[in-house]
Design a protein around this ligand. Structure first.
Ligand code: SAJ
Length: 455
């Protein structure tokens, strides 16, 4: 193992900051570098600017004991880890601007023996581009070991952690590590083994890049299947939750859950890195993106139809985050739907989001108002469930029985979820054996049955 006395982590976001803190907690000196001064100052003071379980305590500890510092100017180090955003632009094309800026910022600091690792999700070939870019600025260096010129080492190791479980997954997940040369891979592998308990699988840089994109494109496709299936179920008046629950009892079936569309800045973004590069080959991935985006529109239309039918009702949009139990609103279909409804219905739209303190400005400017769960249950007659937060799941039936509900997450299966096109309720009764509750003709209950159930 080559001596590593200092690591520079470039980008102190959802991945960079927890990674920096975990490495520092192993007794390795880490400097976190972020061009946003507010971020670097916050971290340097031992505080955090993102919400992630247990991260605050860990960052405070490693800053206080001196293993983690933060700045906004690059510093020399033995290992440079790049964990900056790789968004897509308006045409769904990858924007590698932050990665290349990070590379340029460290190129002049590199010395032989340094290891440069890219963690950001990137199109196939990006790690090679980084190596070429460094060598173009530093012709005195080469990549790899041996043959005269002194070498640096360049590798790709994608982050794989799930927001909400980052600190656990950072340490326990297997990692996939691909260097530009075999020696680059070995060096990166040895580095990750200093803080990762999972297996560090060795491969090439291009394979590791495609592995990362494959993981998220696979999940997007599986969710698209679930979302498509949910519309098919609605057509028949059958509960999608029940269909998936029972189908998943087959030992080789594992369908994910439908919802109001796919959000966050990973699953909804990463498939485009493949689609953009090979559009003629990535047909299922492309369709999956369309299916998931379309689901958001369908839910928005259904909500509009239901709310229009209830002109006096106040409406609770339950959840704004892109998924359960996080405060992250990025690319959230819930925000898109709430915005659409607020544009249409103004102050009739109330938002309940237990994980944030203030409503996004764009929503409040449209007249929407934030309510607590208790306030919403008192004031509203319609609820659109957009996120499956634990707080919503815990609301007892008695507290929500009076609501007309569109439940996009299947958290309140003990009451009807409306399908406004036909005004047919899809009803799911606890976990009673299916044969007792599914009529032969389908899963649609008459209005009379529905009223009895609601009474
Ligand atoms: N979603 C559904 N149905 C499901 C699961 C998720 O509609 O059954 C929706 C969520 O509500 C959310 C979106 O998909 O809107 C994405 O959520 P997620 O929990 O599937 O994933 P992320 O974006 O939080 O994290 C993913 C993870 N990738 C995989 O599971 C393959 C994580 O491991 C990655 O590190 C992360 O992307 C990333 O940074 O790439």
């Amino acid at each position: 193992m080559h001596e590593i006395s200092k690591v520079a982590v470039i980008g102190l976001g959802y991945i960079g900051l927890p990674t920096a803190a975990v490495i520092a907690s192993r007794g390795i000196r880490v400097v976190g570098i972020d061009t946003n001064r507010l971020v670097s100052r916050t971290v340097a003071s031992g505080a955090i600017h993102i919400s992630e379980p247990d991260l605050d305590g860990l960052v405070q500890k490693v800053v206080v004991n001196g293993f983690l510092t933060a700045t906004n100017e690059p510093e020399s180090a033995d290992v440079f880890m790049i964990a900056v955003p790789t968004p897509i632009n308006d045409e769904n094309r990858p924007d590698l601007g932050c990665v290349m800026a990070a590379v340029d910022s460290i190129a002049g600091l590199l010395v032989p023996g340094n290891l440069v690792i890219l963690e950001s999700t990137s199109p196939v070939g990006t790690t090679e581009k980084i190596a070429d870019r460094i060598l173009a600025q530093r012709p005195d260096l080469k990549v790899g070991a041996g043959n005269g010129k002194p070498g640096i080492f360049v590798a790709y190791c994608p982050e794989r952690v799930l927001p909400g479980r980052i600190l656990t997954e950072l340490v326990n997940n297997d990692r996939c590590i691909g260097g530009i040369t075999a020696e680059c891979t070995r060096r990166a592998q040895a580095f990750y083994k200093t803080f990762v308990r999972g297996t560090c699988v060795a491969t090439t840089a291009r394979t590791a890049e495609l592995v990362k994109l494959t993981e998220n494109a696979y999940r997007d496709t599986n969710i698209a299947f679930a979302n498509e299936l949910s519309l098919i179920c609605d057509h028949y008046g059958i509960s999608p939750w029940e269909v998936i629950d029972i189908a998943n009892r087959h030992p080789r079936v594992n369908i994910l859950k439908p919802g109001p569309g796919v959000g966050g800045h990973c699953i909804a973004v990463d498939p485009w890195f493949i689609i953009d590069a090979v559009p003629d080959l990535a047909r299922v991935m492309r369709t999956s993106r369309d299916v998931n985006n379309n689901k958001t529109k369908v839910i928005a239309e259904r909500a509009v139809a239901l709310i229009s039918e209830r002109p006096d009702a106040k409406v609770a949009c339950c959840g704004l985050a892109f998924k359960a139990n996080v405060d992250d609103l990025r690319e959230s279909p819930a925000v898109e739907i709430a915005m659409h409804l607020a544009e249409r219905f103004g102050s009739r739209i109330k938002v309940v989001e237990p994980n944030i303190r203030e409503l996004p400005k764009a929503l409040s400017e449209l007249g929407a108002e934030m309510l607590t769960i208790d306030e919403a249950l008192m004031e509203c007659q319609v609820a659109i469930v957009l996120v499956d937060h634990d707080e919503f799941k815990m609301i007892p039936l008695a507290g929500r029985r009076h609501l007309d509900v569109i439940d996009t997450r299947g958290i309140w299966q003990d009451m009807p979820s409306m399908i406004p096109e036909k005004w047919a309720p899809v009803f799911r009764k606890d976990h009673a054996p299916a044969k007792n509750i599914i009529p032969k003709s389908g899963y649609r209950f008459s209005d009379q049955v529905m009223l009895e159930q609601k009474a």
